[in-house]
Design a protein around this ligand. Structure first.
Ligand code: ADP
Ligand code: ZN
Ligand code: ZN
Length: 817
């Protein structure tokens, strides 16, 4: 009898490849193990065994595998089932899924580049001869390719050696290296504890009466702490008392003052004792009980809890119960919300049981988490992760929490698999017999709809923790303000008033502007021309900081123009406005305060985002200007005022979800205001104060928003009422793209009739020199989704067989919203 295995290879080919194995190999192998296999003329890939059988392939002769790489499966059966579901639901290949699922060092292949692991010195005696040769070679050369290693060892079959070297931490796979984050230490002072009694204090003040400068410092310290009730920074004390740092230093030396530092590096768990989780209030208790009882007969439950209602504490209680049964927990968050803030909060409760899995972590860190999850190690009983953590090899998963479930970034847009992590989590939980809790203050329409249809359980948390009032939301009509000349730049008199008050009380302010850059578009006042990107159909954006025009799609940039490219006029004007311009204006309006900016430009790098958040937490920033990054569930103590600079550009965005998204964004930003004792204030500037969404935002009326939006979705046949699949065609030649798209759409119409829209050029019709055409297929609920996909695949196959169209790229995006 002959023995074969089907292998998943990380390339986007529709079929699995069959290799031949010996009887004993077939006996040893299990699905989910890695094997090194030859592919094409000279390539070697790491593949995953999918199936073991006795059927020879009919159209080609099966090659032999090179080597078995694992003793035990590294992907378990449930994961393989999940991969299959993703490939079929999101219309991609198992190879695509494999590439997204496994950390890079697991997928050794020809292109892999290895380097010496500089973070470890290893005992060379643990290396076998062949391992030593490679390790030694890396002392002379900074990196090696698989092919070089083949030459060094004079054999083809080198993946096992590399794999062992990685396991021994002698080498690692090359990748982008991120900077390690060390938050700045901030220096604070307080009165030395020797003077905590009334008596000793009096003596001290008497002593100091002969040194008026020093006593001024001590008195200033009192008045600042009384006013702010917060730790006092040395810098602040120097400023208020007018004393030099030498005087403060002499007081510290004398032992009158005591200096201390607050360190906020909270990514690494310091190993201190864990604290007990907080006691829930009655609303939280009720919610927890309701969630548990809904899990009796529902696998998925939606928790709709207003901002700052204490959802996280409810999750924590639920997690405690699940891990007490020895089960694993996955806590999913949008990438950007995975901040030190939440990590520390969970580590404080669960200590070392919390592992973090995040695309900005090095692949070695990710490999470690993977192995801990696979081995059911207590070190990764709770995984806090971004969307790709649904691929971890859980073998006893009890609960998945999807926090901020409405977040668009749970969906991967490029490359395939174009999966939605929330929806995939529901499937994963079904496979593992685990429960899913979706949480949000502003649920997506589809989840709320599912809850209303009783497909999901539903629990509400309507009160903010501590009964802090919801922020007071005021709409400011900027059309009227402009008419009455009450605007300074982009700031209405109301906003300036509120900002002045908040700053006077030493509160912090967040200003939200949904665009980065200075003023997106430069326009000629004489002829109306605005400079365009040569590669994409968009206007270039003006960045004041670098005095450049930049394309946000391809990165093209040029120096800012002196005169119009079309007519030579020097009368160029900046239209629209972005975060950078708001930042500039704030600095002019409030020159004595620190202004920070948070957008894609200021948060690159592993900890770019954390740095700004830490600065805000440590109160080094008084006013933070930012884009939607600001909305991600952050918990700031001292932010009292939130200003939304212009609501209209969100509302007018050409997308069927623009209104839903605007509602979510605005309520989420508003939720950053007044999270502790004092009620927060939110000002929304708009040309359209009567817009229904703005009315719904200002009254925090989710239900009205839901009903009205659902009405539109019924009328215009959009999700969640209809399903949809978007087909994108790309090519560098416009005519070819168009002909191909017309052919594709026509074929689709023969099957689906009027449910096919397009082909249409998207608002930005050319990106990186590729023209785009979109076709949308709408799928009514009663129509079979799998039959629909089969038909689309058939059409796509015929399309690919037309010679003229072969160079056109086709992208299928299921649930493309
Ligand atoms: P949400 O996730 O709903 O926006 P959080 O869980 O961040 O709300 O809670 C808001 C604030 O209230 C946090 O600072 C949190 O520490 C505090 N909090 C919530 N529940 C409790 C509790 N039961 N006891 C003490 N503090 C709580
Ligand atoms: Zn001009
Ligand atoms: Zn461009």
């Amino acid at each position: 009898m002959a023995y074969f295995i089907d292998v998943i290879i990380p390339v986007p080919l529709q079929k699995l490849f069959t290799y031949s194995v010996t009887a004993s190999e077939s006996e040893f192998l299990k699905p989910g193990m890695r094997v090194a296999v030859p592919f094409g003329k000279s390539k070697i890939y790491t593949g995953i065994v999918f199936k073991i059988h006795n059927n020879a392939p009919t159209t080609y002769e099966a090659k032999e595998i090179q080597q078995i790489l694992d003793e035990e499966p590294m992907v378990n059966q449930n994961q393989l089932l999940l991969w299959e579901w993703i490939a079929s639901y999101y219309m991609c290949t198992l190879g695509d899924v494999m590439r997204a699922a496994l950390p890079n060092p697991f997928i050794l292949e020809n292109e892999t580049v290895v380097v010496r692991n500089m973070t470890k010195t290893i005992d060379e005696s643990i290396l076998k001869d062949d391992e030593f040769l490679v390790y030694e070679a890396l002392h002379h050369q900074s990196s090696l390719k698989i092919h070089d290693i083949s030459n060094i060892l004079d054999k083809k079959n080198v993946l096992p050696v590399i794999k062992r070297l990685i396991e021994k931490e002698a080498i690692s796979v090359e990748e982008e290296v991120y900077e390690k984050y060390k938050p700045k230490l901030v220096r604070y002072v307080k009165l030395h504890s020797n003077f905590s009694s009334e008596k000793s204090l009096q003596n001290l003040l008497e002593d100091l009466s002969r040194a008026p400068k020093q006593s001024d410092v001590v008195l200033s310290l009192f008045s600042i702490s009384a006013k702010t009730k917060k730790p006092v920074k040395v810098a602040k004390l120097a400023e208020e008392s007018g004393a030099s740092s030498a005087i403060i230093k002499s007081l510290i030396d004398k032992g009158v003052l005591e200096e201390y530092y607050i360190q906020t590096d909270r990514v690494q768990y310091s190993g201190e004792e864990t604290e007990d989780s907080k006691k829930l209030n009655t609303y939280q208790k009720t919610a927890l009980a309701e969630i548990k009882s809904s899990f009796q007969d529902q696998n998925v439950t939606l928790l709709h809890g207003v901002t700052s209602s204490g959802k996280t504490e409810v999750y924590v209680k639920l997690i405690e119960e699940v891990i007490a049964q020895g089960k694993q927990v996955l806590y999913l968050l949008p990438e950007i919300a995975l901040t030190a803030q939440l990590i520390t909060r969970l580590q404080n409760y669960f200590g070392e049981k919390v592992a973090v899995f995040h695309s900005k972590y090095s692949s070695n860190e990710r490999v470690e988490v993977w192995n801990n999850v696979l081995n059911n190690s207590p070190k990764a009983q709770i995984v806090l992760g971004a969307r790709s953590s649904i691929f971890l090899p859980f073998n006893d998963l009890g609960l998945i929490i999807v926090d901020e479930e409405h977040e668009q970034s749970f969906k991967q847009f490029d490359p395939a698999p174009r999966y939605h992590a929330r929806d995939t989590a529901v499937v994963l939980a079904n496979l593992c017999l685990a429960k899913v809790l979706l949480g949000s203050a502003t649920p997506s329409l589809e989840s709320y709809f599912n809850a209303k249809q009783k497909k999901y359980g539903f629990v509400e948390l309507k009160h903010r923790y501590n009964d802090v009032l919801m922020p007071d939301i005021e709409l400011v009509d900027i059309k009227d303000k402009l008419k009455r000349k009450r605007m300074k730049g982009h700031f209405s008199d109301r906003l300036i008033e509120e900002m002045t008050d908040a700053l006077k009380e030493e509160h912090q302010i967040i200003l939200f502007q949904n665009r980065r850059g200075f003023s997106p578009i430069v326009e000629c006042n004489t002829c109306g021309h605005s400079p365009q990107c040569p590669n994409c159909d968009v206007s270039l954006t003006y960045h004041q900081y670098r005095n450049q025009l930049r394309c946000h799609y391809c990165g093209y940039n040029m120096a800012m123009l002196q005169d119009c490219m079309a007519c030579g006029s020097q009368d160029l004007d900046a239209k629209g406005f972005g975060t950078e311009q708001i930042e500039e204006e704030v600095k002019i309006l409030f020159p004595n305060h620190n202004v920070g900016r948070m957008d894609l430009d200021t948060t690159r790098g592993k900890y770019g985002y954390e740095k700004i958040i830490t600065a805000l937490e440590q109160q080094e920033i008084d006013i933070l200007v930012g884009t939607q990054m600001l909305t991600k569930g952050l918990d700031f103590r001292n932010v009292k005022l939130v200003g939304i600079m212009n609501a209209d550009n969100m509302l007018n965005f050409p997308d069927f979800r623009a209104h839903e998204r605007s509602f979510q964004l605005m309520l989420q930003v508003a939720g950053r205001a007044g999270r502790t004792e004092e009620r927060g204030k939110v000002l929304i500037q708009t040309y359209n104060p009567h817009h229904n969404i703005l009315q719904q935002v200002s009254t925090n009326n989710y239900i009205d928003m839901f009903n009205e939006q659902m009405n539109d979705r019924y009328n215009f046949k959009y999700p969640p009422v209809y399903k949809q699949i978007k087909i994108i065609l790309k090519h560098k030649d416009y005519n070819k793209t168009e002909t191909a798209a017309i052919w594709f759409a026509k074929s689709l119409r023969q099957v689906f009739g009027d449910f096919v829209l397009g082909p249409e050029s998207p608002p930005i019709a050319r990106i990186r020199n590729q023209f785009h055409k979109n076709i949308l297929v709408k799928i009514p609920k009663q129509q079979s989704l799998s039959k629909t996909k089969e038909a689309i695949i058939k059409i796509n196959n015929s399309f690919q067989s037309i010679k003229d169209f072969r160079s056109v790229r086709v992208i299928l995006n299921v649930d493309n919203f």
